[in-house]
Design a protein around this ligand. Structure first.
Ligand code: NAP
Length: 259
């Protein structure tokens, strides 16, 4: 299928590894000029080189922290008029809500809600004026399947999804869509860090928890980043202009509800 986005410009945050990187690679493979952002300079530049080599695409790297105004300004300076925006970054460690301080909540909101909203605020009207835009957030299935040890994620990410539901109809007549992908378990560094956070002294080992999480999924496995990247690329395509305001699970069927 020709996605019809060759020559478009994409700005992808949190894209030096894991799902964000896979999304960048998928778009570069479609002939989109991609700008990838992450904090670790060495890794983001290496990722850009590797994606360019694998796809023959134009890939620009920006070393920046998306939670800071300067970091967002650096990202937007490198790609001032994106046709496609991916909001993605890291999560926060699991924990008991009783232990989360106000400062930890503010950091979680900055990372998982306010930075994406600022990126949308900086790009949305330009997309509308140009008559094309695709905004996609990667959040988590925790938006639909709240888990007690993930209260920072449950709260902050739901806030982003709620915000996006509110604005998603504002641009669709001008071919600007806003959607959110809700991944289940994907085999990435973030997943490994999450499982490390679940290990307690005297409890099951990392390996046991890792295997148990796969076994509990109806697909009996972790998702591969290339699978969410393919979904993302379709949502960014010229063919997806009638899909907006959606929070879309990609989780191997782990969400048990009918709707
Ligand atoms: P990952 O492999 O750890 O990659 C995260 C990417 O975001 C890296 O490129 C990282 O690079 C970058 N990043 C993190 N904080 C950033 C910041 N403040 N500014 C700019 N870039 C930043 O993670 P992933 O597994 O692909 O997960 C992506 C998102 O999905 C995360 O929010 C994660 O919590 C969520 N999620 C993951 C899973 C899963 O199973 N993997 C499930 C549900 C939800 P630097 O560290 O160099 O900045």
């Amino acid at each position: 299928m020709d996605l019809g986005i060759e020559g478009r410009r994409a700005l992808l945050t949190g894209a030096s590894k894991g799902m964000g990187r896979a999304c960048a690679e998928a778009l570069a493979g479609e002939g989109v000029d991609v700008t990838i952002v992450a904090r670790n300079a060495e890794r983001v530049h290496l990722a850009a080189e590797e994606i360019a080599a694998a796809t023959g695409g134009k890939v620009t790297a920006v070393a920046a922290d998306i939670t800071s105004p300067d970091g967002r300004a650096a990202a937007l300076a490198a790609c001032p008029e994106p046709d496609i925006l991916l909001n993605n970054a890291g999560g926060r460690k699991p924990g008991d809500f009783r232990d989360h301080t106000h400062d930890e909540w503010i950091a979680a909101l900055d990372l998982m809600m306010l930075a994406p909203i600022e990126m949308i605020r900086a790009t949305f009207d330009g997309m509308i004026a140009r008559g094309f835009g695709r905004i996609v957030n990667i959040t988590s299935r925790s938006v639909k399947i709240a888990q007690s040890e993930l209260s920072l994620s449950n709260g902050a990410r739901s806030g982003l999804v709620g915000f996006c539901a509110g604005i998603a109809r504002e641009g669709v007549a001008q071919n600007v869509t806003v959607n959110t992908l809700l991944p289940g378990i994907f085999a990435t560094d973030a997943q490994r860090e999450h499982v490390e956070g679940l290990v307690v002294t005297g409890g099951p080992s990392f390996e046991d928890i890792w295997a148990e999480r796969a076994a509990k999924n109806p697909a009996r496995r972790y998702g591969d980043p290339s699978e969410i990247a393919a979904y993302f690329a379709f949502l960014c395509s010229a063919k997806a202009g009638y899909i907006t305001g959606q929070a879309l699970l990609i989780d191997g069927g782990s969400y048990p509800g009918t709707f």
